[in-house]
Write a protein that binds this ligand. Sequence first.
Ligand SMILES: NC(=O)c1ccc[n+]([C@@H]2O[C@H](COP(=O)([O-])OP(=O)(O)OC[C@H]3O[C@@H](n4cnc5c(N)ncnc54)[C@H](O)[C@@H]3O)[C@@H](O)[C@H]2O)c1
Length: 322
Amino acid sequence: MNILITGVAGFIGSNLADVLSLQSKYQIIGIDNFDGNYCRKIKEQNIRGLLSKSNFKFVEADVCSEKSMEDIFSDNSIDTVIHLAAKVGVRPSMEAPLEYIETNVKGTAVILEAMRRNNVSKMIFASSSSIYGANTKVPFSESDSTENIISVYAATKLAAEQLNKLYHDVYGFSIINLRFFTVYGERQRPDLAIHKFFSDIMNGKSITIYGAGDTSRDYTYVGDIVSGISSAIEYINKNDNVFEITNLGNNKPVNILELVKKIELITGVQANILYKPLPSGDVIKTYADISKAKMLLSYFPKVNIDEGLTHFYKSYIQNKAN
Ligand SMILES: NC(=O)c1ccc[n+]([C@@H]2O[C@H](COP(=O)([O-])OP(=O)(O)OC[C@H]3O[C@@H](n4cnc5c(N)ncnc54)[C@H](O)[C@@H]3O)[C@@H](O)[C@H]2O)c1
């Protein structure tokens, strides 16, 4: 089976490709444009091990380029697309909305059109818990309202989900929109809280907490997310005419101050905390109802926050040493 992974050099994409490439039934074509969100070197390092594998091929390409996408789809007989490439981050999306709309909405449309022209009809899409926005009913379930989004990033993910639904309704595509909840673990993006906290605490710098210490996130270990995506690949290839929206979370929100305490315990260093007001776009709480993912994808997250933080810490220390 030929799988196209967009955004393969990123945090989730490279972890996914590592796992899929262990299975000889998959031929993987990975694309990435090494966008400037964080250092290109980190992303090159993420895929270094993959480049020597016989069932992995990398192409540097931009999902917004119609020509590049047409070439990718016409040169490779792709069965299933895992569309992870995106401009990421809630706060920066408020500073550069047009860039987010370009990559996340137009980029998704370019992929869908290239798929349509080349008779590829199966896609798994990386959506986000941010779509639940300011909803206060928890846990967040797939049937909850998406009318309360509060960031440009969330708006782009919602627009992409809706484009995907349109291509299902009109052209019969099989699509699964997976809504990821704050993913962490090995290779986590340097802009995300857990990575920043470890790095700042260990370097003796203050950490910034936005809000009054009352925010919480349903932190989900990357290995569990990869298992969920793998099950979605199986599901979409075993069933016809699929359209599903499914949360992939951990179902156990952790308060931000509790998270800091856990990191202090692991590092043995006390954090110096600065408090700043909650920026626009940030939500107070995320909390996934994962009953649908359990039923549909046999998704049962296995790694709790203490184990996951320890995995991250070990890989962080190892990378520093190399
Ligand atoms: N990490 C999380 O907590 C989280 C939560 C919800 C949803 N998601 C979604 O999961 C996906 C992967 O996120 P991640 O955390 O691995 O981020 P990441 O930034 O590490 O990975 C995204 C990759 O996409 C690439 N990319 C960006 N624009 C591109 C373009 N125009 N063409 C080709 N490649 C491009 C980047 O270079 C990067 O390598 C994204 O769609 C993100 O929105 C992530």
